[in-house]
Design a protein around this ligand. Sequence first.
Ligand code: DGJ
Length: 701
Amino acid sequence: MPILYHKGLFILQTDATAYTFGLNQARLLAHSYWGRRLPYADDYPAPANPGAWGPFNNPAHLTPEEYPGYEDMKYIDPCLKCTFADGVRDVSPRFESFEADAETLRIHLRDEHYPLRVTLHYRLIPQYDLIERWATLTNLGDVPITLERVFSAQWHLPVGDRYRLTHLHGRWFDEMHIERTPLARGLTVLESRRLTSSHHHYPWFALDAGSADEESGAVWFGLLDWSGNWKIAAEVTDYASTRVNIGINDWDFAWQLGAGESFETPPTLAGFSAAGFGAASRALHNYVRDHILPHSDVPHKVFYNSWEATLFDVEFETQAELATHAADLGAEMFMIDDGWYKGRFSQTTGLGDWTPDERKFPGGLERLIKHVNDLGMDFGLWLEPEMVNPDSDLYRAHPDWVIHYPTRERRLGRDALHLNLARADVQDHLIESLDHLLRSYNIRYAKWDMNRNVSEPGWPDAPGEPRELWVRYVQGLYRVWHTLREKHPQVIWQSCSGGGGRTDLAMLRYSDVIWISDNSHAARRLSIQEGFSLIFPAAAMQTWVTDQGAEIPLRFRFHAAMCGMLGIGADIRKWDTQQSDEARTLIAQYKDLRPLIQFGDLYRLRPADQSGFTALQYMSKDQSTGVLFAFCTYIPQHEPSLTLRVRGLRPDHLYTIEGFEGMRSGTAWMNLDLQFGLYGGLGTFGSTIRRIAQVEKKHHV
Ligand code: DGJ
């Protein structure tokens, strides 16, 4: 039974982990355990009953509450802050009742005085060792309540104040650096205030005692299932308590909760791994693949995207020529990027007018799509639905549809303004125009781009509280995308925001892949891919071979891109016969390996950016076949060759590994130091792909 209520303790158990809490003597809902699953219900600790600390901190300050409100002599970072109609800004959610079934638990709390109900939701995902949490706030009274902070949850770590935080940070063209830093006392805040999850920090965290690695050690991790402003506030108190608040950012946030209304936070998903960062990532990968991605069982087609070859210079002849080359190399999908729609001759015009440009495509896209389909490929198209150029028919007709303050300059970002998707009329317009486009043409793939962040976040015509924009925009975005998905289920979407500027779990409910960076220089790209892999599976990672870093051997560039869902973006008209032949061979090899990469388990064998080498391995779920990628990105000083141990084999089965003598048991291979002569043999930017194959079911000694 995954959820137990035992002697006043709520015990939430996944296959290998457990999470417990209960009411303490002060009737506060207090956390008591998160870690390995224990054999008996009596094994789990009861919640603590801390006293006060002098006259300055009441017991509530010392209690690890599941969902603390702003009240009492308690100065920890709360989950909930609001103002009641009479001006009272103190909120005291207290336990009222609970409802549970096998895998969900709802705890109802209610303010001691005001008609505000707080429902805490817990959903167990046992086979992935994950727990999902969110909160619903309901106004049971007849006057509005102003919500000023409503986090999804507070996650508590075992008592202690010496944790290490792992998180991702970056910027445009330089996303997803992995940073590991001791968690200092006080608050550490990671956030976005950009109306999108952003290139700068990612709504994900991992905490460990400082010594966990890929294979071992306890790791607690979590993320937010949301694509707008978000906040992670990790707090280490002076009482050795470490906790993580996670939710919609309270920066500039306010929500008017009318009589009888409810507000639901986005979910946060979290887990505990007793076997390091590798197992933590695989738990998320499995869950995302099995339950989040819209087309999780369809092999991703190798695509060609013409953006870097032709930029805005898109018209029938050049695109048809590129399509012919792409098909010859083995591409299965051809897409045109920016530049195809009305008036789009540079980045200053046309955004918002989603009809083909008559001068570039007389009579529409039909002829090009037929050419692409006749070559045996699917056709894909680029869109940037959330933006508008001032020089566009849409803006001329509806200047009030953008996010703005009437008294302020409307600042341009990449020459565009931001449509206000919080408005229902804007949502309806996008649904109608994009639905029309998808109905008019045989479009099987669509790239949804977003190339600026918000400024002047005003909503002059807001029917209520204008600061609801931050949330209503994201809800509007989801409504548009969801409706288009419902109407056109065959379309595979790619989410892009100037590369990886909107890399979050919620995006993967709508798009199957994320375009993780505009930087496709293969060496830097390997570390961006590694950062992405901490959270998301290769199945959701769009990679491509372009002309960036053209000094790097084509084979290396392909090998790096083959670690994800492969695409090509180079100007392939300029490739000579030898390059085209090499690309053709590598694409064919990729198609053969694709099931392992898309559906297999990832093992990060050697981190990128260390010692000039990096390596990773994918194993099929049944552990019978695998593939290992190894790279040398620059000449290292201290290691003449790369030494690795493979992972994920069945100990007693026999395997071969390409390039190495012998047929050995999984145990033997996993304990042998394998040498890869990338430095001596292949030099800088050496790379190799090795197949791992099971040859016999059992190893008989
Ligand atoms: C930014 C994207 O990241 C690129 O791949 C490309 O689609 C351009 N936008 C087009 O404007």
